[in-house]
Each structure stands twice: as C-alpha cells, then as structure tokens.
Design a protein around this ligand. Structure first.
Ligand code: HEC
Length: 111
C-alpha cells in the first residue's frame, strides 16, 4: 500500500525517453502478446487489457511488461520497447482512471 501511495503522490517516473505507440502496436502483434491477450486485447487465455489497463498505473504496467508476474512469461522487451508498448496500451485502452474509480477500486483489491 505504501508503494501505491508513493506512486500516487510522487511525480511518477520522469519519462526520459518517450514511447511510440505505432512501434508498440507492432510489438504487440509480433511479440506473441496477441496469442494470449487476443487481437483486440479483449482477452483469450490471458486477462482483458480493455478492462485492466485503465486500472493500472504506468509503473505497474511497466513492471508487468518487465516480467514481474509469474503468470505472464517475461517478454524480454528492452527499455524502449517497454515504453513503446506502454504508449500503445494507453492510446488503445486509456489512461489510469484512478484508485477512486469504483471498477478499478474493486480490481485493485485483488492485486
Ligand atoms: C503466454 C501468454 C502471455 C503472453 C505472450 C503475454 N501475456 Fe500479458 N498476461 C498474461 C497473463 C496470464 C496475465 C495475467 C497475470 C496476472 O494476473 O498476474 C497477463 C497480464 C498482462 C497485463 C496486466 C493485465 C492485468 O490483468 O493486470 C498486461 C498489461 C499485459 N499482460 C500485456 C502484455 C503484452 C503487451 C504482451 C506482449 C509484449 C503480453 N502481455 C504477453 C499472459 C501473457
């Protein structure tokens, strides 16, 4: 919980590099994400990105993409690829709606 507070109150991680959503879309299609999350991100064997991306902070998404979830195999993305995918996820599925959002509040209890 304290970590979440630091993220919420801090400035977030300053974006030294910026992501290219076009590159991110290509990575999503070519890197195997599509096999588990579906072409539209609506979920297949893996959860729906449409529902879950807006309930994650950027930092959480970065950590998932860098392989901190045992259920999702590490995709071995480098820093630029991670930023690109993050930019695309945000463009496609929306920004973090905040912890007060009722749907996100429930989802985040299970994190
Ligand atoms: C082998 C299947 C598989 C592949 C390939 C895969 N994922 Fe996942 N992904 C999962 C599973 C399973 C979870 C749920 C992990 C959990 O609940 O802890 C997940 C979780 C996520 C989440 C967080 C959603 C949530 O429910 O919290 C995001 C975002 C995500 N994946 C994006 C990607 C992207 C982008 C790629 C490609 C670079 C990718 N995934 C590749 C299986 C996969």
């Amino acid at each position: 919980m304290s970590l979440l507070l630091i993220w919420a109150c801090g400035e977030g991680s300053p974006a030294m590099l910026s992501g290219d959503p076009g590159e991110g879309a290509a990575i999503y299609a070519e890197h195997g994400c599509v096999a588990c999350h579906g072409p539209e991100g609506s979920g297949a064997s893996a959860p729906s990105l449409i529902e879950h991306v807006p309930c994650h902070t950027d930092e959480e998404l970065r950590m998932v993409l860098r392989g901190d979830r045992p259920e999702m195999p590490d995709q071995h993305l480098d820093t630029q690829q991670t930023l690109d995918v993050l930019a695309w996820l945000r463009q496609q599925f929306g920004d973090f709606r905040g912890e007060e959002d009722p749907i996100c509040a429930e989802f985040r209890q299970g994190l």
